[in-house]
Write a protein that binds this ligand. Structure first.
Ligand SMILES: *[C@@H]1O[C@H](CO)[C@@H](O)[C@H](O)[C@H]1NC(C)=O
Ligand SMILES: *[C@@H]1O[C@H](CO)[C@@H](O)[C@H](O)[C@H]1NC(C)=O
Length: 363
């Protein structure tokens, strides 16, 4: 999806080009929608920044609040590139998406009705369930899994915010406070922010006590565990996990659904606000912590603090045993597992369609 300039080379060589889109169908639809607003209605989409307006986005049943738009699609400096990306997608022969029909039927239908959009092949969920090597080298994994083995089923809230996710000290205090007050068992992947103004990844703290409230680790020793980098797939697969406080990155979302774990949405950047809106409002697969939270990628601007009260409220909803969200996630989990089953699985047959399509377009 970020290499569309290679299409020129492919054309030169007479080879058909396809796009692999690693986020969801609705977000793909959003890129097309914003491009159309600009190309056909001459709209300046940067004016949507900070706006309270709602958009009649055809990929969703609900109107889309401008506040759920990812920063980079309305950022003056990036708009031309995003617009160009959508135009190039249209020139491809087809687009494979890491999603499946059953989770986004509405978004898919809206694209199949739109003009000048190549065929969409939902071939997901494509997951790396074996870990990526980083997990194996994570010396703490054994320790984490052993701790989870000692916890009752569906009792632990797992907090983890992706490879780029981290918070400032004040926000860490609020999370700690919420965890103590809610009293739920928790496993918290707490990571140290990169230096301001850079876009390098967070690192692990050498001493967790330097950021946590005094005495926090002692007071929560019976119910919680704070770690650095988390072996996320193994954790989500563990029966002790009852909920996932997540940044709503699409990989993490698909993993959580695969293992039937409900999500509490706390998006940070990229297209995560949009995913959070989709999960909470459109699909009922997540509860909200703060859907319009928006962390500046370079961490130059500190976003407003999400209070312990707000976090606690989200966590209580998340851990509720018989909630609608929990039931919905279980149903979607089944569907996600069926999608790639040979013969009959929707993504399996979509992949077959893709292969036939490629063969049919050979020079
Ligand atoms: C949106 O507007 C705010 C306030 O004017 C500004 O600080 C911010 O940089 C703008 N963001 C984008 C993505 O343009
Ligand atoms: C998402 O998962 C795929 C493997 O399943 C991996 O290659 C990719 O790096 C992951 N993306 C992110 C942003 O972590």
């Amino acid at each position: 999806m970020f290499c569309t300039s290679m299409m020129d080379l492919a054309t030169e060589l007479g080879v058909p080009s396809y796009v692999f889109f690693t986020s969801n169908v609705a977000f793909l639809g959003l890129l097309f929608y914003l491009q159309t607003l600009q190309d056909e209605q001459n709209m300046d989409v940067s004016e949507l920044n900070g706006s309270d307006s709602e958009l009649p986005f055809p990929g969703f049943v609900n109107p889309l609040p401008a506040k759920a738009l990812p920063t980079f699609v309305i950022h003056r400096d990036l708009i031309p590139d995003v617009r160009k990306m959508a135009r190039r997608f249209r020139e491809s022969k087809g687009i494979m998406v890491n999603s499946f029909v059953e989770i986004e039927p509405h978004a898919l239908k809206s694209l199949s009705h739109a003009e000048n959009i190549p065929p969409i092949f939902p071939v997901g969920p494509i997951l790396n369930l074996k870990g990526d090597g980083h997990d194996q080298s994570c010396s703490g994994e054994f320790d984490v899994m052993q701790w989870l083995d000692d916890q009752p089923p569906s009792s632990v809230a797992f907090l983890c915010f992706g490879s780029m996710g981290s918070f400032g000290e004040d926000q860490v205090q609020e999370i700690a406070c919420a965890l103590e007050q809610s009293g739920h068992r928790f496993l918290w992947s707490l990571r140290k922010p990169q230096p301001k103004g850079t876009i390098s990844s967070p690192t692990d703290y050498s001493n967790l006590e330097e950021v946590l409230p005094e005495g926090f680790l002692d007071r929560t020793v019976e119910i919680g565990k704070v770690i650095g980098w988390a072996p996320q797939v193994s954790v989500l697969a563990h029966p002790a996990i009852g909920g996932f406080v997540s940044h709503c990155g699409w990989n993490s979302t698909l993993e959580s659904i695969w293992f039937g774990v409900p999500i509490a949405a706390w998006p940070l950047f990229s297209e995560q606000q949009f995913n959070a809106f989709q999960l909470v409002k459109e699909l009922g697969l997540a509860v909200e912590i703060k859907m319009d939270y928006n962390r500046d990628f370079r961490l130059e601007i500190e976003p407003p603090i999400v209070t312990a009260e707000e976090i606690k409220r989200g966590m209580v909803g998340l851990m509720e045993p018989e909630s609608d969200v929990r039931k919905m996630v279980k149903v979607m989990s089944e569907k996600s597992r069926k999608a790639s089953v040979k013969g009959g699985g929707s993504s399996y047959s979509s992949l077959q369609d893709f292969i036939s399509h490629v063969l049919g377009n050979m020079p």
